[in-house]
Ligand binder design. Sequence first.
Ligand code: ADP
Length: 336
Amino acid sequence: MSIGNGEKPSKINNEDILDLTLRPKDWNNYIGQEALKQNLKVIIEAAKQRKEVPEHLLLYGNPGLGKTTLAHLIAQEIGTDIRITSGPAMEKAGDLAAILTNLTEGSILFVDEIHRLPRLVEECLYPAMEDFKLNLVLGRGPMARIMELNVPRFTLVGATTRLASISGPLRSRFGATFGLNFYETEDIKKILKRSSQILGIETEEEALHTIAKTSRFTPRIANHLLKRVRDFAQVRGEGKITQGISKSALAALEIDELGLTANDKRILEAVIHKFAGGPVGLKTLASATAEEEDTILDIYEPYLMRLGFIALTPRGRVATRLAFEHLGMKAPKNLF
Ligand code: ADP
């Protein structure tokens, strides 16, 4: 299980159980993203007053920022069921049909990684989103017939880490689109405080600050780090998370004071050493670092950009003066 990048584990394991235990069950415990919360509540309340299902909602943002949690809270606020699936899990139109026809009236359908829906499934989703109808093709060739099916009214909550990869026709069928921002350190501290209370861990305020600073402004990573540091506190200390324990745990995990892992540094160093600071295109950088393009786009780059270590130019990504300085190197003159 990697802890430095916020990726979701693919199988149910202890980390998933931890996610479930720590997942906020009400709006008050969903820290931060205030404007987004208020907007969502208005949309839900207005739909409730009109006795309609709320419009379809699209949530975008980095992994671990709270999109799935929000979908659960939306279902709770409406007082309805939620069905969870993901773009790549729906391989054929029939998979979508099976899910839609089994929904209860007025429920939420949460589709994670909606940008990875196969084209044919996506096209099948359009009439379902617009008119709650499914057009199924039965048979093949000249004998093929189209059967129209009504499906229960539902609200689709789509989540994506890649807004730009969502096709125009799909995007236009959402009533509202919301972006989740990286969290402020103070908000991450609040999340960590709540998590340590739930897990029954005693923590020093300073240690919470240190963990918050290294959590890439991302709640899921903050919670995972808290758990790792707790292991250290248990084995190397007396159970309490002190500043000393948190610093030595993070050092042992090779996570620096800004939350950069060895992999982030490898990307930065490649831009600096192999491409003279850039600009370098995504494909070239991916092959030079043996990383997948998607991982660079979803995991490494957003955080490095947020720290101001990498900038995107029309000719590719470049390392900034801050990046050189953070890695203890002398930045070339005339670098921005
Ligand atoms: P995403 O769907 O965007 O990948 P999740 O909703 O699965 O992210 O969030 C991952 C974990 O981070 C949750 O289980 C929860 O513990 C924590 N989390 C996310 N957002 C918040 C928040 N705003 N307040 C408190 N905890 C949060």
